[in-house]
Design a protein around this ligand. Structure first.
Ligand SMILES: Cc1ncc(C[n+]2csc(CCOP(=O)(O)OP(=O)(O)O)c2C)c(N)n1
Length: 386
């Protein structure tokens, strides 16, 4: 089947949101989606980001599919285990099966051997696609993901899709670059121009100031204390609390924002969370969703695990966001500045980036009292209505 016909089949079955990282086995399908008049395809920077995007899109009412090579199953294990499976978020995983039958380039052999076993271990049901059962495979996946409220996979061996216009441009050998010498001395803070930002308020104070500006906007919270403190300040159905899936707040938020472009979407991120998947800001900047507001509570530490230092003491994340191409960027250190910046951002087109420097102080707040499915259901109801 051609990529175009397969895209049409997916559309007939109701799939309306696609995110992934390319594999040559589905080159034609991706080329078709990239230029499709109706079906959006997000070129995620990593497969776990695509899983986050798909989950966010489902929470916003879409029916998502994730495209990945089976090597990306390795990259997305934690996103699948502690996000899609834990919350119960339906998605179709289209996983190409490199290393199929033990015949492929060396880097694919082991992953090819263990791919079905990995899906079994995760408890993700799958079918192996065959040329004469594509229709039935997609129908099964659609039914199964809704019935189970879970991701399901279609493993795609080589030779299922033929190409209508594949590019065969040879990849250029990358130039050799000498590795930088590791820095042994602590580096000065914020070596870029301008005075350093000195944290004056706690994350709890910053979150309190931010939450007061919100109406019914959905807010996606990074795992750990950002979630816990925000829940203690104001537990709202529109709050999606990440319990695991560290690093995915911005990806999930991007999925929500793209899934419901008319609703402003806020991300309450941590510096450690953002650094874990920094590449996602290039997805945000490239797609430039106007309704996307990215707040980072930057304590220059992995606060939730004991305040181990993070790289953001040396790297101004707001400048990274500005360089990537966010529409507006602000960096603040006071509660009234948090409030004022967020007010402006809520009233204007984004994507916006708000860096709030905060101290490492941690409030004594309980864990999130809701189960993952309860967080999912009340959030989705707040997006779609009863
Ligand atoms: C993949 C993964 N690695 C490590 C952890 C442990 N962990 C949980 S929260 C956290 C720190 C998050 O730091 P940050 O986003 O800066 O938020 P903070 O707690 O400082 O507010 C870590 C390392 C995890 N949950 N998942």
């Amino acid at each position: 089947m051609s990529g175009r016909d397969f895209a049409a089949l997916l559309e007939r079955r109701g799939f309306d949101f696609f995110a992934g990282v390319p594999c040559s086995l589905i080159e034609d399908l991706i080329a078709n989606l990239e230029s499709h008049p109706r079906l959006p395809y997000i070129d995620a920077v990593r497969e776990d980001v695509a899983v986050g995007l798909a989950g966010g899109a489902w929470l916003a009412g879409r029916r998502p599919a994730v495209l990945m090579q089976n090597s990306g199953l390795g990259t997305s294990l934690n996103a699948l285990a502690s996000f899609s499976l834990m919350y119960g978020l339906p998605a179709l995983l289209l996983v190409t099966w490199r290393g199929f039958g033990g015949k492929d380039a060396p880097e694919h052999i082991l992953m090819g051997e263990i791919s079905p076993g990995l899906l079994d271990l995760l408890g993700i049901p799958y079918h192996v696609l065959a040329g004469d059962s594509l229709e039935a495979g997609v129908a099964w996946a659609r039914e199964e993901m809704d019935a189970r409220m879970s991701p399901v996979a279609l493993l795609i061996p080589p030779g299922i899709f033929y190409s209508e216009g594949a590019s065969t441009a040879p990849s250029e050998a990358s130039p050799r670059i000498a590795p930088a010498k590791p820095a042994l001395e602590p580096r000065p803070r914020h070596r870029a121009e301008g005075a350093p930002l000195v944290a004056r308020i706690s994350r709890m104070q910053a979150i309190t100031a931010a939450v007061k500006q919100l109406g019914d906007e959905p807010a996606i919270h990074a795992n750990g204390y950002p979630s816990r403190e925000s829940c203690a300040v104001a537990d709202r159905p529109q709050n999606f609390y990440m319990i695991g899936s560290m690093g995915l707040a911005s990806a999930i938020g991007l999925g929500v924002a793209l899934g419901r472009p008319q609703r402003r979407t806020i991300i309450f991120d941590g510096d450690g969370n953002l650094l874990m998947n920094l590449g996602v800001i290039t997805n945000v900047a490239a797609l430039a969703p106007r309704n996307f507001i990215h707040c980072v509570f930057d304590n220059e530490a992995y606060g939730s695990t004991g305040n181990q230092r993070s790289a953001s003491a040396h790297v101004r994340l707001d400048r990274v966001a500005a360089a990537a191409g966010y529409r507006t960027v602000a960096a603040v250190t006071e509660a009234d500045e948090v409030a004022a910046a967020l007010r402006t951002m809520l009233a204007s087109d984004g994507p916006h980036f708000l860096l709030a420097k905060v101290t490492r102080e941690q409030a004594k707040v309980p864990r999130i009292p809701h189960t993952p499915p309860a967080i999912r259901d009340r959030f989705r109801a707040s997006m779609l209505g009863p």
